[in-house]
Design a protein around this ligand. Sequence first.
Ligand code: HEM
Length: 185
Amino acid sequence: MANENTADYGPLELLFGTWKGDKGTDVSPEPDDDETSPYYETIIFERGGDLDNAATQVLAIARYHLIVKRKSNDEIIHDQVGYWLWDKENKTIMHSFTIPRGMAVLTTGKLHDAQWNDKKATFEVKAGKDSGIVQTDFMLRNAKTLEFTQKLTVSQTELSYSQTTALDIYGRKMDHTDENTLTKV
Ligand code: HEM
């Protein structure tokens, strides 16, 4: 692994720092119906340096932790740790993360030159249906994630995202959606 201060982070460079936002909206499953919760959120991104796989694929690493709380009662409703990875050679972005429900997700996407510069970047990534989602037997049986898609746009001052987690739960299929806009603190 290289020194975290000398790695070439490319479009990930804009992510580093602490972001806060209180414009979040979550739509999630409940036994009887879907529930909508306004939320606030903190995301902390840190430099992870870079590494190579099989001596050929170089990946730059942005490591993060995010916490989401429901506005109405300040309860934590989502906790997530993960990495955004940039493969400069292949113009590929990856987002891998885990959430404490017994599941992990690996998404990938292409990042063409037109989608980023040193002031703004837009990442679009996806996981499922055949790969990229690992979940416990319990989740497979009771709260199965079928697909995950995310679009995230970051500038020097603002980060916004929208994402859809396609679920099979309570005997029905539903789109568990989240979106928020955060500013750099
Ligand atoms: C800002 C992001 C997110 C928020 C605020 C959020 C919030 C919630 C909430 C409130 C529930 C209802 C159950 C409960 O109250 O605990 C839920 C359920 C669930 N979420 Fe999320 N979630 C987010 C992102 C994700 C992501 C990225 C995934 C997976 C890729 C995910 C997977 C699930 C699953 C599988 C359930 C069903 C479990 C159950 O309700 O029993 N969520 N989420």
